[in-house]
Design a protein around this ligand. Structure first.
Ligand code: URA
Length: 234
C-alpha cells in the first residue's frame, strides 16, 4: 500500500508512520468546514410544513368558507392510516377529523377489530369543511390529492384504508365504483413506494345504509387479518 504524506511534513515523522501498519491515506484536500449536509427533516417537521402549505392554499372555496383547517389526528408513527372525505361541522369546530357521528361509528368499527383510535393515523381528502357539507367536487379532489399523496409518503403506513368514494377517487380516479372496488387489497404507488390499500365504505354512508354494514364487516376482518399477517402490534 502507498502511504501518501501530505501537509503533515512538519509534524509527522515518516519513519514513525511507517513503523505503524496504518492503512490510511492522508489527503491534502482542505477540510471543507462549511460543507452542507443534505437536509433531512423529521416527520414532525415534514407534517408541519405540509400543514402550512395546505393552510396557505389559494383560490379555494372550501378554505374560504371553513372556520379552520382539519389536518389529521392520531399517532404519526402508526402503521395504519385512514383517509376519509372531508370535515363536517363538528370537525370544523374542533379542528380534528372524525369527531361527529361518523367518527363515533369509525371508533366502534376499529374497536370491533381490536384497534384503538389513538393507535391509528386519520386524515381526510380535503382539509377544510365543504360548504353545507357538500361532497368535494372532482377538481377539488384533484387539487388536494397532491397534499394527500405527500401526507401518505410522510406517514409511510403499512396499511392504507380509504373510506368512501371520495378517498377512492383521490388516489384511483373517478372511473371506479366503490361497490365494485371495496374489499380487495390494492396497491397504490406514491413516490416509488407501494402502499397496501383497502377501499371500504365510509362510516357516514353506513349510518344511512345500515344494510351495507355486512360488507363493511367483511372488509374490517380482512384488515385485521392483514395486520396479523404483517405482524403489526399495537
Ligand atoms: N367524515 C369524513 O370523511 N371526515 C371527517 O373528518 C368527518 C366526517
Amino acid at each position: 500500500m502507498t502511504k501518501k504524506i501530505l501537509n503533515q511534513n512538519d509534524i509527522i515523522n515518516t519513519e514513525i508512520i511507517n513503523s505503524y501498519d496504518l492503512d490510511c491515506i492522508f489527503s491534502d484536500n482542505p477540510i471543507n468546514r462549511v460543507k452542507k449536509e443534505p437536509l433531512i427533516l423529521s416527520k414532525v417537521e415534514q407534517l408541519r410544513k405540509l400543514r402550512e402549505k395546505i393552510r396557505n392554499i389559494e383560490d379555494c372555496e372550501l378554505k374560504n368558507n371553513a372556520t379552520k383547517i382539519v389536518f389529521a389526528d392520531g399517532n404519526i408513527d402508526s402503521p395504519i392510516m385512514i383517509v376519509g372525505e372531508g370535515p363536517g361541522q363538528k370537525e370544523d369546530e374542533l379542528g380534528k377529523p372524525f369527531m361527529g357521528d361518523a367518527g363515533m361509528l369509525l371508533n366502534k368499527m376499529l374497536k370491533a377489530i381490536n384497534i384503538n383510535r389513538e393507535n391509528v393515523y386519520i386524515t381526510n381528502v380535503v382539509n377544510f369543511r365543504p360548504p353545507n357539507n357538500r361532497k368535494p367536487e372532482s377538481y377539488e379532489i384533484t387539487k388536494y390529492s397532491s397534499f394527500l399523496k405527500n401526507h401518505i409518503s410522510i406517514i409511510n403506513p403499512k396499511i392504507l384504508i380509504l373510506m368512501g368514494s371520495t378517498a377512492m377517487e383521490s388516489l384511483f380516479g373517478s372511473k371506479n365504483k366503490i361497490s365494485k372496488e371495496r374489499g380487495n387489497w390494492k396497491e397504490v404507488i406514491i413516490s416509488n413506494k407501494t402502499f397496501c390499500t383497502m377501499i371500504t365504505f365510509h362510516p357516514a354512508y353506513l349510518l344511512r345504509q345500515a344494510d351495507q354494514k355486512k360488507y363493511s364487516w367483511m372488509d374490517l376482518k380482512k384488515i385485521r387479518n392483514k395486520i396479523d399477517e404483517l405482524g403489526i402490534n399495537f
